[in-house]
Structure formats: structure tokens, C-alpha cells
Design a protein around this ligand. Structure first.
Ligand code: ATP
Ligand code: RIB
Length: 299
């Protein structure tokens, strides 16, 4: 099985549940607060590890209780955590509002994640050399992500970049290093500068990014599934029908599962089908890492 390395964020999620989101200037009474391990990087690593992927994580947490919990939770999932860095800044946090329809709004405070910089990642180059698939997101400094994508590509690794939260742009020389770009529709619209509501628009926007050097684009479209856009074809691979209660980390779960599929030698279409199934389970449960299913359950 191929080895997966995730470099990215770890956050303690403070999840507030409520009937409906507050409007600007409004106070609403919520009905629950949960502390859950989260962060896009850690969620993707946890998703892959819970599916029995061979995965390790690079990232930074504070020397505080949240940092202890996040490192332990990731290790308990089966992810390698020996190279996580402890820094003096507080562990990253996310405030997540979830309404009764399962929709969410998130504010992330980077904290220790801001120290996941190029210098630290250079110190961990042995981990990069040892992996086959590198999975990246955008909750750590951009320079660090761009550096790793280029380095991994030069070493012949498969690079998956989940461009979330959406940046204004990704440098052209980084796009050329990406084997799999995995935006949702909003992120795709932002990166391509094109509307992405209709299927034809999604395919055109993905083709534009492929024209800029990205090898393949995998666009997640929530309950509809995901568009797999390769050099040869573009097809929608449908999701499972489920009743969603909380979509937090659905995209992370999808990315982690997709990486595991590739690591096991599935074809891209098979890996997307697998990722849809895994992510559809995650949306039926509350929380980020707490919602991620184990391999036995998916089977
Ligand atoms: P988030 O930011 O909430 O983590 P996202 O916007 O990055 O999510 P989505 O496109 O919403 O990602 O969802 C990712 C994947 O999760 C989808 O491609 C699909 O496989 C699954 N999924 C999401 N929502 C649903 C749903 N309501 N029913 C079934 N599957 C879903
Ligand atoms: O993608 C979901 C994640 O986004 C949450 O766990 C939160 O920490 C934010 O990073």
C-alpha cells in the first residue's frame, strides 16, 4: 500500500448547534456546545487513518491542553504523529455554527498552524521522501504549501491539493505540480473566475484549470457527489442518498478516503465512488473527526 503524508492544520473545533444561524447583529439562543478535534489537515489525515491507510501528519499545535488532545486523537485513529511540532502559540481553534438543516458557518483562528512554515517542513524532508502521496490544504501558510507541492512534484510524488479555504489564486508554477486539485463548487468558481452552477460550467471551469497545468480536477458537489475531470473525460459520480445532519468535514472525509483509494491501487473512478460512500456516512453524524467512519463500517 502506498504511503500518504498530510501536511496541514489541526484545530480544536467548538461546535455550537442552533435552530438557525444568527443574522448580522442578532443574538440567538443555541442548544449545544461540543469540543471536537478538527482542522482540515488533521481531518483528512484522520479520515485516511480510520480507513486503514498508511498515513502520517506534519503540522503544529500549541503546548496546551488542546494540543495534547489533538495529537492524541490523531494517534488514536492510527495516524503517525511523531513529527508534529509543539510551539508556544496557542493551538488553532475553529468556531463552528451548525443549524438544524446541517448547514455550517466556520471561523478559524490559526494560532499554532501559522508556525507550520517552510523551515519546519524542510526539517521533515525525510517524511516527504518516504511518502508516495502528499495531501495539502490551505489552513497553513501559503508559502509552506507552495514549497511542499513543488518539492513533492520534483520528487515524483502524487500531489493532492484541496484548495480550502479558497485562496484568490494559486501560483502558476504550483498548479503545474498538482496531480489532483479537489475544490468544491465555490472554490472552483473563485479559482477559475467562472460561474460553476451548471454541470457544463463546472466542466468548463475545471478544463480552464487543467489548461493552466493541473493534471486532474475533482470537484465535490455536496449531496450530488463529485465530478471527476481528467485529461480524457469529465463525469459526475453520484453520492449516496442519506439524511445529512452535519456536513462539517465532509470534504475532508472525501479527500482522505480518495487518497486511501489511490494508495490501494483503485482507479480514479473507483476511488471517487469509495470517497462518496465514506463521506456520505460522515454527514449523518455530528462533528469533524468524530463523524469519520472506520473501514469496517464502510464495508
Ligand atoms: P465541507 O466544507 O462542509 O467539509 P465541502 O464543501 O468541502 O464540505 P461537499 O462538496 O459539500 O464538500 O461534500 C464533500 C462530499 O461529501 C461530497 O462529494 C459527497 O460525497 C459527500 N456529501 C456531502 N454532503 C452530502 C449529502 N448531503 N449527502 C450525501 N453525501 C454528501
Ligand atoms: O473542514 C472542516 C474543518 O474546517 C473544521 O474541522 C474546522 O477546524 C475548519 O478547519
Amino acid at each position: 500500500m502506498a504511503k500518504i503524508l498530510v501536511a496541514g492544520s489541526l484545530n480544536m473545533d467548538l461546535r455550537f448547534s442552533m435552530e438557525r444561524m444568527p443574522l448580522e447583529g442578532e443574538t440567538v439562543l443555541g442548544d449545544g456546545l461540543l469540543y471536537n478535534p478538527g482542522g482540515k489537515g488533521a481531518n483528512q489525515a484522520a479520515a485516511a487513518a480510520k480507513l486503514d491507510g498508511d498515513v502520517a501528519m506534519l503540522g503544529c499545535v500549541g503546548k496546551d491542553g488542546f494540543g495534547d488532545s489533538l495529537a492524541k486523537s490523531l494517534a488514536d485513529c492510527g495516524c503517525g504523529v511523531s513529527r508534529l511540532r509543539r510551539v508556544t502559540a496557542p493551538t488553532g481553534t475553529a468556531s463552528i455554527y451548525v443549524d438544524r438543516q446541517g448547514r455550517n458557518s466556520i471561523v478559524v483562528i490559526a494560532g499554532a498552524n501559522a508556525y507550520c512554515d517552510t523551515e519546519y517542513l524542510k526539517e521533515c524532508e525525510d517524511e516527504l521522501k518516504a511518502c508516495d502521496i502528499l495531501m495539502l490544504q490551505l489552513e497553513i501558510p501559503y508559502d509552506a504549501v507552495w514549497y511542499l507541492a513543488k518539492k513533492a512534484h520534483a520528487l515524483g510524488k502524487t500531489v493532492i491539493l484541496n484548495p480550502a479555504p479558497a485562496p484568490d489564486a494559486i501560483p502558476a508554477d504550483v498548479l503545474q505540480c498538482v496531480d489532483w486539485l479537489t475544490p468544491n463548487e465555490t472554490e472552483l468558481a473563485r479559482l477559475s473566475g467562472m460561474p460553476c452552477e451548471e454541470p457544463s460550467e463546472i466542466e468548463e471551469a475545471a478544463a480552464k484549470l487543467q489548461g493552466m497545468g493541473v493534471k486532474n480536477v475533482l470537484v465535490t458537489v455536496g449531496s450530488r457527489g463529485a465530478y471527476l475531470c481528467t485529461a480524457d473525460s469529465a463525469e459526475l459520480i453520484p453520492a449516496q442518498h442519506v439524511k445529512a445532519v452535519d456536513t462539517t468535514a465532509a470534504g475532508d472525509c472525501f479527500n482522505g478516503a480518495f487518497a486511501v483509494g489511490l494508495s490501494e491501487g483503485m482507479t480514479p473512478a473507483e476511488a471517487v465512488g469509495f470517497a462518496n460512500k465514506v463521506a456520505s456516512i460522515s454527514v449523518t453524524r455530528e462533528g469533524a473527526q468524530a463523524s469519520l467512519p472506520k473501514r469496517e463500517e464502510v464495508l
